[in-house]
Write a protein that binds this ligand. Structure first.
Ligand SMILES: [Mg+2]
Length: 167
């Protein structure tokens, strides 16, 4: 299914180099809002910073691809020392295509890490790469995001009905 997660992680920090190696993935496209930090936040939790360090140490290429504005994404990306694509229009695949060119890898080596099924997960389906869906990070969601989270519920239930586990 295009929207039901294939993999559901409690947080980015639950994604391990061993998991990526098993899938043949060494280039990760990272969402920002509610994935690496709370929506609109510039805060970088130690847990996330350490995870980024583990990924780099394992030789995993990293790039931010966000639907948010350059103004929001640029300072956070700079803080992390990561290249970025803003206004990516996920679930459209322009941003992922741009990331693939900049990574210089075939898409078989890529995966997307993100929290939203109708943007991140669906973009991965359209682009033909795995989505590593993470539980949303951060505080109370805005009304529009709460609405999207409700629409996601049947697809999350489907993941568990199919025997999926929170990784
Ligand atoms: Mg997000």
């Amino acid at each position: 299914m295009l929207i039901t997660p294939e993999y559901l992680f409690s947080s980015v920090s639950a994604i391990t180099p061993a998991f990526l190696k098993e899938k043949g993935v060494d280039a990760l496209v990272l969402d920002v809002d509610d994935t690496l930090t709370a929506h609109g936040s510039q805060q970088l939790d130690a847990e996330v910073e350490q995870w980024l360090g583990r990924m780099r140490a394992a030789g995993v290429k990293l790039m931010i691809v966000s639907n948010n504005t350059k103004k929001r994404v640029s300072p956070f990306a700079a803080r992390l020392g990561l290249p970025f694509v803003s206004m990516a229009c996920k679930p459209l695949t322009f941003g992922l295509a741009a990331a693939r060119r900049r990574f210089g890898v075939p898409r078989a080596r890529m995966a997307i890490v993100g929290d939203q099924l109708f943007t991140d997960r669906l973009a991965a389906s359209f682009f033909g790469i795995p989505a590593l869906v993470v539980s949303p990070r951060g505080g109370p969601a805005r009304k529009d995001i709460q609405f999207k989270r409700r629409l996601e519920q049947p697809f999350l239930r489907r993941y568990y009905q199919k025997g999926g586990k929170l990784l």
